[in-house]
Design a binder for this molecule. Structure first.
Ligand code: FAD
Length: 450
């Protein structure tokens, strides 16, 4: 038998939860959330590792201390989430070469300035020539060559575009970033949000309007409603759907639309790049790296761009945890996801022995998240090509009949961030509520709003 809901929300990440909360708060309680995995949170996910809680997905609340207040920071403050200030700017004073020497600050600063100047120049060239759509990360005219140039170029482009281009998150909310270091995890905020409208007991959601392990495979849509089919053979009917699956999932064939999505929609979805960002966690029997807040971030300069370049020690967040984190992205992420943990451990140990000498101990545990190969994610976050116009994100966000889209990738100003997902969920639900009210006025005998 099939049940019919006013709204089905697909996905219980931050955007799906915030969308559902807005609907519930506006009198639309007849909703159903279908989540493919066995938990809520999506790309906000903690795991126990080496005796502490580490964040496999989002780790920072980015954009704090500015003229407007970041809503995620407000929620985190309200619920007392434990965070630590992160100062990445120190990283440039801690650049190691392959023989373990730290580059003198003068050389590092010069290389940084050169890299920023050339990145700005390249951006101007792109903008003055914006008829051609050159994707992010494409081969650019002034290509960095030495290991230190490659390392800085990688940090600039894959982490700190703010040095080159104003980023709305920093412009609106401020440039400070806080690392979440709370045993309950970043995801605790989502449970607290869900508690407002779903029935919970002892920290668990027991409401039957949230269904886990429900992988949506088909959306059959018409003027009259939508039929949603899940992998386990269940069928659900709804008047409207809010779809929060990531841009990577939309680019994949996980969900079949009948009839297919219009061309303007699929073309926009194809235009958005998917960024893969992987934090590899390593546990050691003792610390052998320099500590102190000005040493929290360090860089390894290798002739291969992005080869285990960006490092962080967890002593600030969790003193005595003896954990290091190395971040890789895109091509390197895909390469490492495809190999065994033993192979990855061998590579990272050889990098660490370059930096800190042959006698350091081997890590006793390693954790490699696989966001690219996760069929419910297919990547870490959206990345609009630098010179793409607003039309692309508007098309990605625009509803198709009764299907409304949400997720960080639909946020015009904050895509790629937790607050982007949070605000997108609110926006999408408001648009849907407007639509429902319009429909209600035209057709008075069907009321979905109380
Ligand atoms: P998701 O969290 O992906 O939620 C979508 C949900 O839909 C998922 O739970 C998924 O399982 C489900 N789903 C997918 N397909 C189906 C289907 N067919 N049927 C049913 N359910 C389905 N942001 C920051 O602000 N700061 C950071 O430091 C930061 N670092 C990051 C690091 C990493 C490694 C990653 C991966 C992300 C990071 N982000 C960061 C980005 C941030 O995590 C995301 O922008 C945000 O969590 C996305 O939320 P969402 O609701 O749009 O998507």
């Amino acid at each position: 038998s099939t049940s019919r809901s006013a709204v089905i929300i697909i996905g219980a990440g931050v955007s799906g939860i915030s969308a559902a909360k807005v609907l519930a708060e506006n009198g639309c309680a007849d909703l159903l959330i279908l989540e493919a995995s066995d938990r809520i949170g999506g790309r906000i996910r903690k795991e126990s590792f080496g005796g502490v809680s580490v964040e496999l997905g989002a780790g920072w609340i980015a954009g704090v201390g500015g003229k407007a207040s970041n809503p995620v920071w407000e929620i985190a403050s309200k619920f007392g989430l434990r965070t630590c200030f992160s100062d990445y700017s120190n990283a440039r004073n801690n650049i190691y070469d392959r023989s373990g020497k730290i580059f003198p600050s003068g050389i590092a600063a010069d290389s940084y300035k050169k890299a920023v100047d050339s990145a700005i120049q390249r951006l101007r060239d792109l903008e003055s020539n914006c008829a051609v759509d050159i994707p992010n990360g494409a081969e650019l005219p002034l290509t960095p060559k030495t290991p230190i140039e490659l390392a800085i170029d990688f940090i600039l482009h894959d982490f700190e575009m703010a040095e080159v281009e104003p980023i709305s998150t920093y412009v609106d909310f401020g440039e400070r970033e806080f690392l979440v270091a709370d045993e309950r995890g970043y995801e605790y905020l989502l449970y607290k949000m869900a508690e407002d409208f779903l029935f919970t007991s002892e920290g668990k959601i027991l409401d039957n309007r949230l269904k886990l392990n429900k992988v949506v495979r088909e959306l059959q849509h018409s003027r009259n409603g939508i039929t949603v089919k899940t992998e386990d053979g269940c069928v659900y009917e709804a008047n409207y759907v809010i779809l929060s699956a990531s841009i990577g999932v939309l680019q994949s064939d996980l969900i079949c639309f009948r009839p297919p999505l219009p061309r303007w929609k699929t073309e926009a979805i194809e235009k958005c790049d998917v960024m893969v960002y992987t934090k590899i966690f390593l546990k050691f029997p003792y610390k052998f790296w320099p500590c102190g807040p000005d040493k929290e971030f360090f860089i390894y300069a290798h002739e291969r761009r992005g080869y285990y370049t960006f490092w962080q020690h967890m002593e600030t967040a969790y003193p005595g945890s003896n954990i290091l984190v190395v971040t890789i992205t895109n091509g390197e992420s895909k390469r490492v996801e495809a190999q065994s943990e033993a192979e990855t451990l061998k590579e990272v140990m050889s990098v660490l022995r370059d930096m800190f000498g042959p006698e350091i101990p081997t890590a006793t545990d390693i954790l490699v998240p696989r966001w690219w190969n996760n069929r419910f994610q297919r990547g870490s976050y959206s990345n609009y090509p630098i010179i793409s116009n607003n039309q692309v994100v508007n098309d990605i966000k625009a509803p198709v009949g009764r299907i409304f889209f949400t997720g960080e990738h639909t946020s015009e100003r904050f895509n790629g961030y937790v607050h982007g997902g949070y605000l997108a969920g609110i926006d999408t639900s408001k648009a849907l509520l407007d639509e429902m009210r319009k429909h209600e006025r035209k057709n008075e005998n069907t009321s979905f709003l109380l």
